[in-house]
Write a protein of this length. Structure first.
Length: 108
């Protein structure tokens, strides 16, 4: 082989090595970019999930408060009804007690 042919082979090998190195660098850069994009997407997904979780907790709290208010109103109405029934029976109860006292002491 002549020196010129050897120089062409060396130059071709050097160019091939440069292409391989450039390809490796480009692949590494793409991998790094993909990893960054994946991290950004994961962070975004976590933030969205957290926001949805907070929203669901708030909705549940509001439903619980509404249910508690409804139950409280029902209980208050029951108390009013029981109190009204007790008030309606108070005169009869007082009369019964007075009658028994009078009857008991009236016999003595």
């Amino acid at each position: 082989m002549t020196r010129k042919a050897l120089e062409e082979i060396w130059r071709a090998e050097a160019e091939a090595e440069a292409i391989v190195e450039a390809s490796r660098a480009q692949a590494a850069a793409r991998l790094e970019a993909a990893q960054r994009d994946a991290q950004v997407a994961a962070d975004r997904a976590c933030a969205e999930a957290a926001a949805q979780g907070r929203e669901e907790i708030e909705n549940t709290r509001l439903r619980a408060e509404a249910q508690a208010a409804h139950l409280r109103a029902q209980a208050e109405e029951e108390c009013r009804q029981l109190s009204a029934r007790a008030d309606g029976r108070m005169d009869a109860a007082v009369s019964l007690v007075v009658e028994r006292i009078v009857t008991y002491f009236g016999r003595s």
